[in-house]
Design a protein. Structure first.
Lengths: 355, 327, 276
């Protein structure tokens, strides 16, 4: 037995319903009635999965929510001295098991960047680790590449399985599902009928065709630290590259690898939360110091840092790994249509031209 | 824009460029359905500028908030050139009225506009056909004609134009030094311009609340709407983000989102020129301009004022008149 | 509480409060967990995140030396939301602390060397921890010269222990920006006094901390005196949140000030992205 199963298009809801009894099931669905955008939502009866279109926001929020408490605190009176206030820190609840059903390969690979930072540094992030370990990623082979995509230039690909636990291949009238890690195996047990050899052959064909899509002109990118540093102080280059940048948080919020966060306290009466929430390096306040000094006061400084982080600093720190999956979301959603891929390429081209 | 029009535009740019510090316009974007703001300083750079229905960005914002710095430090800056559509020109007027821009420092190239495309509307109609490999797109009569990978397709403009363009009363720049192309006929009358607000306003209160709850709940507080607004001038000191003093909790609840959007709107009362950029840039497709349209209607009814149509007019919140009309 | 959680502070109690200057206070705190307090160890120059629950967290250097274990001292200038609230704390109040964080001074490489401290204003805080450590291990280090300046005599921190520093065989040069009634020490900006003192760079390491403008001119001065980049150490300021190299904001290029710093040699800084 190959272990591959088949779920018909009509049977998808029943399969998700079954999974949702024991775990959170995140699936891409229309963000609202009549809207074009797709958003990862928790499955509940009535939610219609959209597996053939990229979501506006990556599924990073399933493991790294936009806002979550690091811990909660409570103030009480000291019974021995009522003039004193005592602080009690409350335990965090453990994460629930979850599945991301219908990620794209570029979404799945996004968590590699998180893993390096949150789980492999000198300090580990227990909240992320707990959720990450309990989340299964089921990705759909991608047939929707457009002119903003460049996944295969940064190590991924529309049929690249790395990063996923389950591989979903759309075939006529349904999906062939295959566990590709031990974590994915128990999920598929009893979820559908064994795939027939015709269905498997059809799936293999779909995967082959997907893999043959030519993305970003077949270019390959490696860490560009040297080229980036050459242009670091070239103000004219950055100004012309990001003309129109409005310094909003769209690129970072939609990004599957942008992980930077802020920590703030919110208190009401005698209790409160220390919150971790998404921050954006494109915001002025991100680096603003209490003294009023800001090492990155302009949008060019901030954009340079964002690009540098992904294509130069991260590879420098983590054996050449680029902190970008080429999903193209920041390009598609940028209010000023800024193209990070083109800028990263032009760094290299200009450096080559100088030699 | 026809070939002749674009040639005329390039001629105007070429003539003006020697006297300018820089010229802000649009360049082709990552595919034929996108354009991007650009700063041109040389004739070669200017020759790459374009105008098409994908020049959706309001360049008044760029010239007001992130103007190109002088090429040579220490020298007196020359004028900055800026290309404007009708809506962009109204923002310029409002910015001049409020003292954020000086008329004499600008060289304005006005471009009559037949409308800009809402890509999500287009994608909903076109689906797979236009996902990749689009070669070109242009307005022909009442249609958008797209040369896609699978051949030519035509879409009725009223199905693909941005909402702001469907209700546009000022397609022709209101302020300019030169005009490129012939004026176009406004698409909407005064009444038509308010029909979207009417539709929401005519909902029973409970449904209206549910409408806004549903829409604003999708907000991710990326602040693109605020940052794209040419008239949001607090910029880095916006109360949405300052921690000292702190006004808005970091929670992602509906109430925090409501507060932010209504503060944003209130700060634009009597100022907003309805360029629709806040709505255009929203990655979550929230019709945030509607809130400002409602405020503008109130301003019009109470104070007989419309923002961004005359540099001579004094915005109602920049004056105090005890015998204010209508109040 | 979850084990090994880098975000959850230890609870501590404020024991003493010193008003150092009109806008700088020192707090002496003790961890509530006696065992943890007893075993608390750190390197001079390492920092801690202080929490006022409901207001937030900020990063400060531990300005007391690990050789004096009865409390942890932090000197805090009132500049923002969190520091404002820290200034309101009184003995007995509860505070959160995550420490030690960051790298600290390269103690081993300083042993046997002559030392030059150059501090300005609140910039003395990270130098003080090392200075006291050296006094407590005096035989390990050569001559110690300290040039410390502030706007006025009332803006100098740690006035109550200048005598102790001098008794610990520290050549202490104090200076203020302008003449001041009753002031008997030097008058002039720190970089100028440095020039007058002209310490030799031979077998000496300079450790500099103060406002950016002071650091800038002190660095010029040190270069003129012949100090090499690897002989100059400074501590960096950056907005920090997590303090453990995860949240992303305190990077300079691929280095994180909270993790790889805040102590850097000028040589290290020279190799980093020019983004200060």
């Amino acid at each position: 037995m190959s272990g591959k199963i088949y779920i018909s298009r009509d049977g998808l809801a029943a399969a998700m319903e079954k999974l949702s009894r024991t775990m959170d099931v995140w699936t891409p669905a229309a963000s609202a009635k009549d809207k074009w955008g797709v958003e990862f939502a928790l499955y509940e009866p009535g939610v219609k999965p959209i597996l053939d279109r990229q979501s506006t926001l990556s599924p990073k929020k399933t493991i790294f929510p936009q806002v979550e408490p690091l811990f909660q605190f409570e103030r009480t009176k000291d019974p021995e001295d009522p003039s004193k206030t005592l602080i009690r820190l409350k335990d965090r609840p453990d994460a629930k098991p979850a599945i991301i059903f219908g990620a794209h390969p570029c979404d799945a690979r996004g968590f590699f960047t998180f893993d390096k930072v949150f789980m492999e540094g000198p300090y580990k992030d227990p909240i992320y680790k707990d959720k990450r370990e309990k989340t299964v990623i089921a990705s759909v082979v991608c047939r929707e590449c457009d002119d903003a995509c460049f996944c295969s230039a940064v190590g991924g690909g529309p049929a690249e399985k790395e990063g996923s636990d389950i591989w979903i291949t759309p075939v006529e009238d349904g999906y062939v599902l295959e566990a590709i890690t031990p974590k994915g195996e128990p999920i598929l047990e009893g979820l559908g009928a064994a795939a027939t050899s015709q269905q498997e052959a059809a799936a293999a064909k779909v995967q082959e065709e997907a893999a043959q899509q030519v993305i970003a002109g077949g270019m390959k990118m490696t860490g560009e630290t040297a080229e980036f540093m050459k242009h670091f102080e070239d103000k004219a280059f950055w100004q012309s590259a990001i003309a129109g940048c409005i310094s909003c948080g769209v690129c970072t919020f939609v990004c599957p690898t942008c992980y930077c966060f802020t920590i703030t306290d919110e208190a009401r009466d005698t209790e409160g939360d220390r919150l971790r929430s998404w921050d954006s390096c494109m915001f002025y306040h991100y680096t603003l110091e209490a003294s009023g000094h800001n090492p990155r006061p302009n949008n060019t400084d901030r954009y340079r840092n964002r690009l540098g982080h992904k294509f130069a600093y991260f590879p420098e720190k983590y054996d050449g790994m680029i902190a970008c999956t080429g999903c193209g979301r920041c390009i598609r959603n940028c209010p000023a249509s800024i193209n990070i891929w083109k800028i990263a390429q032009s760094l290299k081209e200009q450096a080559d031209a100088c030699m | 824009m026809t070939t002749t029009d674009i040639e005329q535009l390039h001629k105007l740019m070429e003539d003006a460029l020697p006297e300018l510090e820089a010229l802000i316009g649009w360049q082709p974007g990552y595919d034929a359905l996108h354009a991007a703001p650009a700063i041109a300083r040389t004739p070669e750079e200017a020759s790459r500028l374009v105008f098409n229905p994908f020049c959706i960005h309001n360049l008044a914002r760029t010239v007001a908030k992130t103007p190109p710095p002088p090429a040579k430090e220490g020298e007196a800056p020359k004028k900055i050139g800026v290309c404007v559509k009708g809506c962009d020109s109204r923002s310029i007027i409002a910015l001049i009225q409020e003292g954020f821009l000086k008329r004499e420092q600008l060289y304005i190239i006005g471009i009559p506009c037949k409308g800009t495309i809402d890509l999500r509307r287009l994608m909903k109609l076109a689906g797979e056909d236009l996902r990749a490999g689009v070669k070109s797109a242009r307005i022909e009569g009442d249609s958008l004609v797209v040369e896609g990978a699978k051949g030519s397709r035509s879409f009725p403009l009223e199905k693909v134009l941005a909402r702001r363009c469907m209700r546009c009363k000022y397609p022709n720049p209101v302020i300019y030094d030169v005009m490129a192309g012939d004026p176009v006929i406004p698409r909407a009358s005064e009444e038509e311009a308010h029909k979207d607000v009417d539709a929401v306003e005519n909902l029973p209160v409970a449904e209206r609340l549910a409408f806004w709850q549903g829409e604003l709940d999708r907000c991710i507080r990326c602040y693109a709407c605020r940052n794209a607004c040419p008239l949001c001038m607090c910029q880095d000191r916006c109360i949405a983000e300052t921690r000292d003093p702190k006004w808005l909790p970091q929670y992602m609840g509906l109430s925090e989102k409501f507060i932010f959007h209504f503060i944003h709107a209130m700060h634009l009362a009597g100022r907003c020129t309805e360029c629709g950029e806040c709505e255009r840039v929203c990655p979550q497709e929230i019709p945030v301009t509607l809130i400002k349209e409602k405020l503008n209607r109130i301003t019009k009814e109470l104070l007989d004022y419309e923002a961004g149509v005359s540099t001579e007019a004094v915005p109602p919140f920049l004056t105090f008149n005890p015998e204010e009309l209508g109040i | 509480m979850h084990a090994c959680d880098p975000y959850t502070p230890e609870l501590a109690t404020v024991k003493e409060v010193y008003q150092e200057t009109h806008n700088i206070r020192s707090l002496r705190i003790v961890l509530n967990d006696e065992e943890k307090m007893k075993n608390f160890s750190y390197i001079p120059g390492q920092v801690g995140q202080l929490s006022v629950f409901g207001v937030g967290e900020s990063t400060f250097v531990i300005s007391s030396p690990p050789t004096r274990k009865e409390f942890l001292q932090f000197s805090i200038m009132r500049v923002g939301e969190v520091t404002q609230r820290i200034h309101q704390l009184q003995p007995g109040d509860q505070i959160g602390v995550r420490a030690p964080l960051g790298n600290g001074f390269p103690i081993e490489s300083l042993k046997g060397k002559d030392i030059l401290f150059v501090g300005g204003g609140i910039g003395m805080a990270p130098l003080r921890t090392l200075l006291l450590y050296m006094i407590d291990n005096r035989a390990d280090f050569g001559n110690i010269t300290t040039i410390y300046g502030a706007r006025t005599p009332n803006d100098l921190c740690y006035r109550y222990e200048f005598d102790e520093w001098r008794n610990g065989k520290v050549d202490l040069v104090l200076t203020v920006d302008a003449e001041f009634p009753g002031w008997k020490e030097r008058v002039g900006f720190v970089p100028t006094v440095l020039k007058e003192e002209a310490p030799s760079p031979n077998n000496r390491v300079a450790i500099v901390c103060g406002p950016p403008i002071m650091i800038k001119f002190v660095l010029f001065g040190l270069k003129e005196l012949g100090f090499e980049d690897e002989q100059i150490i400074s501590t960096l300021e950056r907005r920090m949140k997590c303090g453990v190299g995860i949240c992303g904001r305190c990077n300079i290029g691929s280095s994180y000030v909270c993790l790889d710093g805040p102590v850097f040699t000028m040589k290290q800084l020279g190799g980093m992205a020019p983004e200060m």
